[in-house]
Ligand binder design. Structure first.
Ligand SMILES: [Zn+2]
Length: 312
């Protein structure tokens, strides 16, 4: 009797042990199968190391999917380390880089962020008017057809050539800048400020007729695409200089170093033509308020600022 009980205990023990081992094997097989399905495993197979995987895992699922479907690309890390990297644009950076491999990654990030990887005036959208002094108007953002700033007033001859109007909200800031420049012996004068949509169209057509299509593309704006229609921008000159030599004037030097203190930025700087879509315009200033300091300190354009800090 004792022996039989002993025998059945051993038998049950063996069955239990067998079942346990089987369970362990099944669980480990399932775990292995599950692990092979994880992004981490797939990324490892593609050649990414743990550190890179950690970075990739912070990205959006769309970008992870993109990386998984493409060969190992060390540019992913490099782009991710760029200051103005936007996760949503990774795929476009990589594609644009393939066709523009001579450009620096920083330039590619800037171009793609502002949409300048598209032809000028394509992929356009209506600008967000609720941004007030940060309204973005460029080759990809236009003002609504019926938009007219509500606070346009005349600028007196003390500050501007005749027949100039601007947004009342920025005139005080301009006067402050004007007075500060005066104290430093600099005379600023507004040569062209607010334009209606019709006036902008006339300007555009004038240049198109007289200078041709190539010139107009990088020098003038289509109506509804010009900052002059917002009342927040104007062209500044100084006596004895014109637009062709304004950047040799002491007034330009003064504006370069001081305009941001009053909320103004040079809107189309030299070397940023592929981002702004405009040739260097040392005379064109735009009011953006407090963020002028960030734009000045970081040496970026308003388009880049907007893409990263406002929309990004
Ligand atoms: Zn201008």
């Amino acid at each position: 009797m004792k022996r039989r009980i002993k025998k059945s205990v051993i038998k049950n023990g063996i069955i239990f042990l067998g079942a346990l081992i089987l369970l362990i094997i099944v669980v480990s097989i399932i775990r292995t199968i599950m692990y092979h399905r994880t992004d981490k495993y797939k990324l490892k197979q593609l050649g990414y190391n743990d550190e890179e995987i950690k970075i990739i895992e912070t990205m959006s699922s769309d970008n992870i999917k993109y990386i998984l479907n493409n060969d190992y690309n060390e540019l992913v890390d490099d782009f991710k380390n760029e200051k103005y990297f936007l996760d949503k644009n990774l795929e476009t950076y990589l594609n644009y880089q393939k066709e523009n491999s001579s450009l620096s990654l920083a330039t590619i990030v800037s171009i793609v962020n502002v949409g300048a990887n598209n032809d000028w005036y394509t992929n356009t959208k209506e600008t967000d008017l609720t941004k007030n002094e940060l309204i973005l108007v460029n080759k990809y953002h236009y003002l609504p057809q019926d938009y007219e700033p509500s606070d346009i007033i005349d600028v007196s001859l003390r500050y501007a050539y005749s027949d100039n109007k601007t947004s009342e909200s920025i005139l005080e800031h301009y006067k402050e800048m004007f007075n500060a420049a005066s104290r430093d012996g600099i005379t600023l004068i507004i040569s062209s400020a607010y334009r209606t949509s019709e006036e902008q169209e006339e300007t555009y057509n004038y240049y198109l007729k007289n200078k041709g299509e190539d010139y107009v593309k990088s020098h003038a704006s289509l109506k509804r695409h010009s900052e002059h229609e917002t009342g927040l921008a104007f062209d500044i000159l100084t006596p004895n200089y014109n637009i062709s030599n304004f950047d040799k004037s002491p007034a330009f030097e003064w504006l370069k170093n001081n305009s941001y203190k009053y909320g103004f930025i040079m809107r189309y700087p030299e070397g940023k033509e592929n981002i702004t879509g405009y040739e260097y315009e040392p005379w064109h200033y735009r009011y953006v308020g407090d963020v002028a300091k960030t734009i000045y300190d970081e040496n970026i354009t308003f388009d880049e600022y907007y893409a990263y800090y406002v929309e990004g």
